[in-house]
Every structure is written in structure tokens, then in C-alpha cells.
Design a protein around this ligand. Structure first.
Ligand SMILES: *Cc1c(COP(=O)(O)O)cnc(C)c1O
Length: 391
């Protein structure tokens, strides 16, 4: 069923009186998601956090089920985290690299992932290498295959980067990596909630995502998927009494599922908000949302391409809901401020977030507009008009 945009807007108070084009940064929740969070905070204030959480035990138990349903994977492969970065570093931190081990990243790699890998490489003597891009995306598969050998332990792939709408082709990369015995972690932070993921998730070994972006959930929420068969073999860094059981004075045992990647302390209200947001997405349908977001972004891109003083920066055969551009004479931040002054919210993506790609393209910053399915035609027209008249 197509998305009922009027109903979606009515359910989203933040849509009123402004044009919101920053779902790649931190999206607008529905009123019901906000209420789930605030109601729980009030209950914690009334009876204390432990009793309040116990009262919601059934709902909290439904959250990993809902996330598993969203990804089409078993519940025991899901760990709840407080961010995508935490999910990612919990997985990668559980891999022991030996001197000479190789880690391959693509040109669209995200800064936090790169920093974590460079730190792991420095401590453990592994090397991080960049796979060249190809005409069809961030990884040129033939070159990638030629780079693979039995020293490659990990391949890090970003599904949709933070600075462009381009969707990476994951399947061929995973197949080649697995043939060479390497693991693949997919950063799906900018795709979950706006791009429908295929059943089986291409066989990736791990996947990370955040709540606040396209899922429209509260900040401080995220999750990790670790493939069945791998999940019970890894020991995450900083395992606590959620991850393990202290059995004898000298021994502990890790729990036998992805909860070993979780931390005991967490924001319960935020998780109830995430549950509401994921449930809403499942009700709308990921395909319907994906179609709508693509259509919103395509409409915006087409209109912006008509404006002479703007240059679009999304390249690729498969473009999603992130639209990036620069102005011929104004810095990206000035464009953002001008829009904000007119109640249009976008963000700026800086070179330091995706250094390799931005350096390769000679860009220091781009304006990023990321319309979700609740953005109306009138909203898009308003943003385009403001940009057209901003000389
Ligand atoms: C935002 C982002 C992240 C990090 O998400 P957090 O929840 O802030 O940790 C990771 N990868 C990409 C591509 C992102 O855009």
C-alpha cells in the first residue's frame, strides 16, 4: 500500500510550520513515539527506574523481536546498543587482528569506523587499505577481488554514506570476501529505515544501524546484527553482567546470543520510543517507505538540477533519500543558515566525516537535504524556491 502522506504528517507534530529535510541527521518522531518516551520518563520519576522497567518488561522484550522482523533475521542475532557506532565497535572490537592482517575499507567509509580501524591496526599491527571505487559504486569488484588474499580478515562496507544518496552494491562484495575467507561488516546506518534490505542481508557477517535517523526513533538508540554461527564465537570488548554471567570466583560465561554485545545500563525510555518507531515502520512497510523516500529525493534532485548556481553531488545508478549539493559562491554552512532562517532544516556534511571520498572529489563540505516520506510536495517546492533565489 502506498504511504498516506497526510496521515503521516498529521502524526508528526514537527512537520507543522517548517520544512524538515534532515532525516539523515536526526529525523522527526511521531507524536506516539515521543509520548512513549515521555510517559516512561514520568513513570520512572514516579516509581523509580527499576519498577518502571519491570512494568514494561513485555514491551521491552518485543523490541529485539521487532528489530529482527525489520531485518528478517532471528531474534538471537540482534543486540541493542546506544548508537550505530557502539554497535559497529562492539563487533569490530571483538575481532583479534594479528600483525600483517589486512582490513579493507571503501572510499565512502565513515570517520568513526575509520578511526576505530586505524586505532585497532596501530595497536595490533594490522593494516588498513582502501579499495578503489568503480563506475558503479564505492567498490570496484574486479579490483577488490584482485586485492583479496588469506591475510584479509575484515571488509568494512558502508551501504549508504553520510554524504551522498548513492547505494552501494553489497552482494558481489560479500560473495568475493567470503570466497577469500574474510568477514564483512555493513554500516547500514543511513539505509535502515529508508532502503528496503533484502532477505538474508546478502549474507553479511554483521550490520549496524542507528535509531535517530531514518527510523525516526529517539537519540541514543541503535542496534547490531551478528550472523548466526558467528555470534557465539566472539567476545566483545567491555563485556559486563548483561553480556556474561559470573559463575564461580574465577570464571564467567558469555550469554549464548547477540545480547553479549549489549551493555546492562541503557535508556529504557529511548528503547520504548525505538519500539514504537520500528512498529510504525513495519506497519507502513519498508518497501512502501523506500519507494516514497526515493520519489521525494528524485523530485528534489530534479528541481535542484535546474538551478544554475547549484551543483549536485550524488552520483551512481542507485540513488536513495540523501540529496547533496554545493552553491557556486556560498559555503555550505551559509546555505544551511539561510534555509534555517526560513524554517527549512537541512544539514552540512563535512569532509572530515567521509574524508577519502570528499578529498577525492575536492569537496570540503556539502549541503545535505534528506526528505523522509512525511515531506510534502509543497515542502520541497518551498526549499527549491529559497535555493533558486539565493544567489
Ligand atoms: C550517522 C552515521 C553513523 C554513526 O551513527 P551513530 O548512531 O551516530 O553512531 C555511522 N555511519 C554512517 C554512514 C552514518 O551516517
Amino acid at each position: 500500500m502506498p504511504i498516506d502522506r497526510e496521515a503521516a504528517r498529521a502524526a508528526t507534530p514537527g512537520c507543522r510550520g517548517q520544512v524538515f529535510l534532515d532525516s539523515a541527521g536526526s529525523s522527526l518522531p511521531t507524536a506516539a513515539t515521543t509520548a512513549a518516551v515521555i510517559d516512561h520518563l514520568r513513570r520512572e520519576a514516579a516509581v523509580g527506574g527499576y519498577r518502571a522497567a519491570t512494568e514494561r518488561a513485555e514491551d521491552l522484550a518485543r523490541l529485539p523481536q521487532a528489530v529482527a522482523a525489520l531485518l528478517g533475521v532471528p531474534e538471537r542475532t540482534i543486540a541493542l546498543t546506544d548508537s550505530a557506532t557502539r554497535a559497529w565497535t562492539q563487533f569490530v572490537g571483538s575481532l583479534d587482528f594479528a600483525p600483517g592482517d589486512r582490513i579493507l575499507i571503501a572510499g565512502n567509509e565513515y570517520a568513526s569506523n575509520a578511526i576505530a580501524l586505524l586505532a585497532a591496526a596501530r595497536r595490533q599491527g594490522a593494516v588498513v587499505e582502501v579499495v578503489p571505487g568503480g563506475p558503479h559504486g564505492p567498490v570496484d569488484v574486479a579490483t577488490f577481488e584482485a586485492m583479496l588474499d588469506d591475510r584479509v580478515r575484515l571488509v568494512s562496507l558502508v551501504h549508504v554514506p553520510t554524504n551522498s544518496g548513492a547505494v552501494a552494491h553489497v552482494g558481489p562484495v560479500v560473495a568475493a570476501a567470503h570466497r577469500a575467507g574474510a568477514m564483512v561488516i555493513l554500516d547500514a546506518c543511513q539505509s535502515v529505515g529508508q532502503v528496503a534490505l533484502p532477505a538474508g542481508l546478502w549474507g553479511v557477517d554483521a550490520l549496524s544501524a542507528t535509531g535517530r535517523k531514518w527510523l525516526r526513533a529517539p537519540r541514543g538508540t541503535g542496534f547490531l546484527y551478528v550472523r548466526e554461527g558467528l555470534v557465539d564465537t566472539l567476545e566483545p570488548p567491555g563485556a559486563d553482567l548483561r553480556a556474561g554471567v559470573w559463575e564461580t570466583p574465577t570464571r564467567y560465561r558469555l550469554v549464548p546470543d547477540a545480547r553479549r554485545f549489549e551493555q546492562w545500563e541503557h535508556d529504557v525510555a529511548g528503547r520504548l520510543g525505538l519500539l514504537n518507531a520500528v512498529t510504525e515502520l513495519l506497519e507502513l512497510g519498508t518497501e512502501a517507505v523506500a519507494d516514497e523516500v526515493r520519489q521525494r529525493a528524485a523530485r528534489l534532485r530534479a528541481a535542484l538540477s535546474e538551478i544554475d548556481h547549484l551543483t549536485l553531488h550524488d552520483h551512481g545508478s542507485d540513488l536513495s533519500g540523501i540529496v547533496t549539493f554545493t552553491h557556486a559562491s556560498l559555503p555550505a554552512v551559509a546555505v544551511k543558515e539561510h534555509l534555517l532562517g526560513n524554517d527549512v532544516t537541512v544539514s552540512v556534511s563535512y569532509a572530515s566525516s567521509t574524508l577519502l571520498d570528499m578529498n577525492a572529489r575536492g569537496l570540503d563540505a556539502v549541503v545535505r537535504a534528506s526528505p523522509h516520506y512525511f515531506v510534502s510536495d509543497a515542502d520541497l517546492d518551498r526549499a527549491v524556491e529559497l535555493l533558486a533565489t539565493l544567489r
